[in-house]
Design a protein around this ligand. Structure first.
Ligand code: URA
Length: 206
């Protein structure tokens, strides 16, 4: 697989500062909505951009929309999403405190990772994070972690540990879909969530 740029390495012309206003966000969403930078832009039903707060303390970053997300146009609305919602609730986060986004904005066929799509989406991911400016970023799964700290791969080495990204807390987790399929990963998911809960306590992250 070719080495992909991280969100920090994405440079102009693909990246532009998004004014931090509702209008700025809506403009970015329109841009993502009309994107045809890779073949996935022609195959999708819906672009999947974001759900949750526009001023979040924590941003969860998934990998790619699945069938259900493509149909509805919102991230994590299928089985993995229910697992994620339960987890977020158990962390005690209120709706204004978190947001959910993905590395890919369009559904890849057979849910396979594609470098061309990841490359096309990188500036959007970078712009979303520039706008949302969370204090904590939670990449879920290896492709999400790779967008921030490829040096911290493989995911099982770093899930549940505290890393740094741009002076913020980066707290990787295994992907919730993986936790649905393998009991060992389900246990890991639960253990790492409790660690994340401790990391998010007000004495640790304001
Ligand atoms: N898995 C993801 O990584 N993202 C989604 O939006 C849904 C499932």
């Amino acid at each position: 697989m070719p080495k992909l740029p991280t969100v920090d390495e994405v440079t102009v012309p693909g990246r532009r500062a998004v004014p931090r206003s509702r209008r700025g966000w809506q403009q970015l969403v329109r841009e993502i909505d009309s994107c045809r930078r890779c073949p996935l832009g022609y195959a999708r039903q819906h672009v999947v951009v974001h759900r949750g707060s526009l001023r979040p303390r924590v941003v969860f970053v998934g990998e790619a929309p699945g069938e259900e997300e493509d149909r509805v146009g919102r991230p994590f609305v299928g089985r993995a999403g229910r697992r994620l919602d339960t987890a977020i609730e158990s962390l005690g986060l209120r709706s204004r405190e978190f947001a959910i986004i993905n590395v890919f904005k369009c559904r890849p066929p057979e849910n396979r990772f594609r470098s061309d799509a990841a490359l096309a989406c990188r500036p959007f991911l970078a712009q979303q994070l520039d706008f949302l400016r969370p204090r904590v970023v939670v990449p879920m799964g290896s492709h999400a972690l790779e967008a921030f700290r490829p040096d911290a791969l493989p995911i099982l080495r770093s899930a549940g540990t505290r890393l740094q990204w741009r002076g913020r807390l980066l707290f990787p987790l295994v992907h919730p879909a993986a936790a649905l399929h393998a009991p060992a990963l389900a246990r890991r998911w639960e253990r790492d969530l409790r660690r994340l809960q401790r990391a998010l306590s007000p004495t640790e992250v304001k």
